[in-house]
Design a protein. Structure first.
Length: 257
C-alpha cells in the first residue's frame, strides 16, 4: 500500500505534466499522416501544399519564342494612286522569312507586309507607278535592321530622303509615329535636281550638316542629309510590329516642321 506521502507526490507529478505546453503538431506527426496543423484548424496535406507552394509559371512555347525573334513590317498605300515598291537586302545579312519582297506594285489603299528575323538589314524603296517612273537609286526609303545590340536584338528603323525624295512616308509603332515625314515636297518648292523618273535627287547625299531648301521641311523627321540622326528610331518599337504609310494623309511625325 502506498503511503500518504507517495500518493501526494504522484498527484503533484500528474498536475505538472498536464500544465506543461505540448509541441505543435507537424506534417506526418501527432495529427496523422493526412493532415497538417495550422492556426485554429487542421487541413489535408494536399490542401496545405496548394496554398504553401507558389504556382509554377510555364516556360514560353516554342512558337512564342520564335515570334520574339521576328519583326513584322507593314506598308500601307494612302497616296491616292498606285505605287511601285522595291526591296533590297544588305550584303551579308539574313533575308526576309515571309511576306512580300522583291519588286511589285501596290494599288491605292492596299497593304502589304514582310517578316524579318534577327540578323536582317535592308530597305524598301517607293516611287509612284506609271508615267515612265522607275527606280534609279534616288527614291524615298524605309531603312531598317533587326540585329543584336548588346545582349538582345533591337529593331532600328528610319525613313530616308538622303539619296532623294519620291513620295512621303511615315512609320508608326505602339501608337506613336517614330520616323518619317508626310509632306509632299514636290508641291512645296521646286526640285533642283529632278531625275525625270519620279524622284528628286538630293544634292547633299554625301554632305553632312544641313538640308537643302527642298528637303528642309522634313529635316530631323526623315533623314535629309547623312547625319540627320534625329530621324532614327532605334529600339523604340517594343511590340514586334511597325506600320509604314505612304502618302500625305499618313500620321504626322511631331518632329517635322
Amino acid at each position: 500500500m502506498l503511503s500518504r506521502i507517495s500518493i501526494l507526490a504522484l498527484l503533484s507529478l500528474a498536475s505538472s505534466v498536464a500544465a506543461f505546453p505540448q509541441p505543435t503538431p507537424v506534417v506526418g506527426r501527432d495529427v496523422g499522416e493526412d493532415t497538417v496543423s495550422v492556426p485554429g484548424n487542421a487541413i489535408s496535406v494536399a490542401d496545405y501544399w496548394k496554398t504553401a507552394m507558389p504556382e509554377v509559371t510555364e516556360a514560353p512555347s516554342a512558337d512564342a519564342a520564335a515570334a520574339a525573334q521576328r519583326f513584322t513590317i507593314k506598308v500601307t498605300n494612302k497616296l491616292g494612286r498606285a505605287i511601285q515598291t522595291k526591296h533590297a537586302l544588305n550584303k551579308g545579312f539574313a533575308d526576309i522569312v515571309s511576306g512580300d519582297k522583291g519588286q511589285g506594285v501596290m494599288q491605292n489603299g492596299a497593304q502589304s507586309q514582310f517578316v524579318v528575323p534577327v540578323g536582317w538589314a535592308g530597305n524598301l524603296a517607293v516611287v509612284e507607278n506609271g508615267g515612265g517612273r522607275t527606280f534609279l537609286g534616288d527614291e524615298s526609303l524605309i531603312e531598317g535592321s533587326f540585329v543584336k545590340q548588346g545582349s538582345s536584338p533591337k529593331f532600328d528603323i528610319d525613313v530616308s530622303y538622303v539619296t532623294g525624295f519620291s513620295l512621303p512616308i511615315t512609320c508608326t509603332c505602339d501608337g506613336k509615329t517614330v520616323t518619317g515625314c508626310n509632306k509632299y515636297l514636290w508641291s512645296l518648292s521646286k526640285c533642283p535636281n529632278d531625275n525625270g523618273k519620279g524622284s528628286c535627287k538630293n544634292p547633299h547625299r554625301d554632305i553632312k550638316g544641313s538640308a537643302t531648301p527642298f528637303f528642309k521641311p522634313c529635316q530631323h523627321a526623315a533623314y535629309t542629309y547623312p547625319d540627320d540622326d534625329g530621324a532614327n528610331a532605334n529600339g523604340l518599337c517594343k511590340g514586334n510590329t511597325i506600320t509604314c504609310c505612304v502618302g500625305t494623309s499618313c500620321p504626322k511625325n511631331p518632329k517635322q516642321s
